[in-house]
Design a protein around this ligand. Structure first.
Ligand code: EPZ
Length: 439
């Protein structure tokens, strides 16, 4: 089982180009199913979640080729409408294929993604919205059997919560529907804007009227296009946290500073000096961060829930008391347990974590229980005293492209080990503690 091994205490310095956005690339790949043509998706990160989406595209009948940093998707030969459980299970956000498969073929059969480590992850908003667009959806024992005889038809939809995934499924279902759809209460994350730009480049007619209102005028068909995926703002904030916790001096390039505004503000409150230019950001951290109170996750443009674990890892050694409230997912504090193992003083009451900053964390053997918690372990290990060994790192590989190479380029002492345990012999259990098998 692969592990990541971090030797803490190195100050990060240098320049790093940030990967393309996982959460923009995935719905865009699902949207390719709508296109009776060829799409070139550039700046597409090579991640396990992206590879899972490619397996679904190929199963549906698309031809997909990986270029240097791009994917070429030819969806002219889509002939299936069913996605097997094994493929759905690989990536829970596969539910976003529902809207595009249903729109393209008039039917769709897949399973409900189910919950995950961070919460129940219901899809009621997805299903109610697609039914409003004219889909017939039968749910039986976790299986969804969907039809749209005569095609989907435009309507008015009001979301009670700005669900990112539900907004994406509505966009994919309405883009080629008969008539116009007005969506109120849409998610406004930058990844939604990127999906809209991709769809409009394919000939869709989607207008953002502001304040979470989208108008989608259905078109008869969509054609191929070339699209560059936006930078990954969550990967960016993860590397900002790594620089901040090591007292570093790091420049991130190929980013959109506006997408990071809420997070940049927190790092400035923590004592970091940040300068922004068009597509880059320069962060200089103090010797020790200051605590930040009242961090509260919220839908964009609020502080993103996906950045919550990384900022917690950085503030665990800040001077003072920090508070972080998680308002989006009901079970997204898994990283607290591992941070405590590393010496953090964190108490959780309800959905609020209270961090009493300690001088330094110490290295430990910890597990990546989910994608962002795993990345937070890397951040914590970089700032800790000693060695941190992180297992279950397949979770990290879902969302971070070559995370150890990126951090090595900034001077981190981090490596991926195919074997188990630490690199230092004295870190192995001394023989006297191992049960003697034979006499
Ligand atoms: C997307 O998940 C992201 N995933 C998540 O990133 C991100 O944390 C989340 O948006 C919030 O920003 C991808 O883009 C692939 P939601 P999604 O629908 O679409 C409730 C990461 O680490 N809800 O906005 O599943 C839901 O329970 C991942 O990269 C309903 O109640 O998020 C949750 O509490 C993790 N009914 C809240 O809304 C529904 O039908 C936010 O969910 C749908 C959602």
């Amino acid at each position: 089982m692969e592990k990541i091994i971090v030797q803490g205490g190195q100050t990060l310095r240098g320049t790093l180009r940030v990967q393309g956005s996982k959460n923009a690339a995935l719905p865009i790949l699902a949207a390719c199913v709508l296109v009776n043509g060829v799409c070139e998706i550039r700046n597409c990160p090579d991640l396990s979640d992206v590879r899972a989406a490619v397996r679904i595209l190929r199963h549906l009948g698309c031809a997909v080729e990986r270029g240097e940093d791009s994917l070429r998707v030819d969806a002219r030969t889509v002939f299936r409408a069913a996605i097997p459980h094994a493929l759905m299970r690989e990536m829970r956000s596969s539910i976003v294929f529902l809207g595009s498969v249903l729109s393209r073929t008039g039917r769709a059969a897949l399973c409900t993604p189910g919950g995950c480590e961070i919460g129940a992850r219901p899809i009621d908003l997805h299903l109610s919205s697609l039914r409003a667009l004219g889909a017939r959806i039968d749910e039986t024992n976790g299986a969804l059997c969907c039809t749209a005889r005569g095609g989907l038809r435009g309507t008015t939809i009001r979301l009670r919560f700005p669900s990112v995934g539900a907004t994406e499924n509505i966009l994919l279902a309405a883009a080629a529907a008969n008539g116009t759809t007005t969506l109120y209460g849409a998610a406004r994350e930058p990844e939604i804007g990127d999906l809209i730009r991709f769809l409009n480049a394919c000939g869709a007619r989607i207008r953002d009227l502001g304040a979470g209102t989208l108008k989608i005028e259905g078109v008869p068909c969509l054609h191929g296009c070339t699209h560059r995926v936006i930078p990954d703002r969550i990967a960016a904030v993860t590397y900002m946290a790594a620089a901040a916790v090591t007292g570093g001096d790091v420049t991130l390039t190929d980013i959109v500073p506006a997408h990071l505004a809420c997070m940049t503000n927190v790092f400035e409150q923590a004592g970091c000096r940040i300068e922004e230019a068009d597509d880059r950001l320069h962060l200089r951290a103090p010797e020790r961060l200051r605590a930040v109170r009242d961090i509260r996750t919220a839908p964009y443009p609020g502080f993103p829930t996906d950045a919550q674990a990384a900022i917690m890892a950085a503030l665990a050694t800040a001077d003072g008391v920090s508070t972080i409230e998680e308002t989006i997912f009901e079970n997204r504090f898994h990283h607290v347990c591992a941070l405590r193992r590393m010496g953090a003083d964190i108490t959780v009451e309800g959905c609020t974590a209270l961090l009493r900053g300690v001088e330094r964390l110490h290295g430990a053997a910890v597990s990546a229980v989910d994608l962002r918690a795993g990345a937070a372990m890397v951040v914590a290990g970089l700032g800790a005293q000693g060695e941190t060994v992180i297992d279950q790192i397949q979770h990290i590989d879902r969302g971070y492209e070559k995370i150890e190479a990126c951090l090595q380029a900034l001077g981190a002492r981090i490596e991926r080990s195919a074997d188990s345990g630490s690199t230092k012999p004295e870190q192995q259990f001394p023989l006297r503690l191992l049960p003697l098998r034979y006499g």
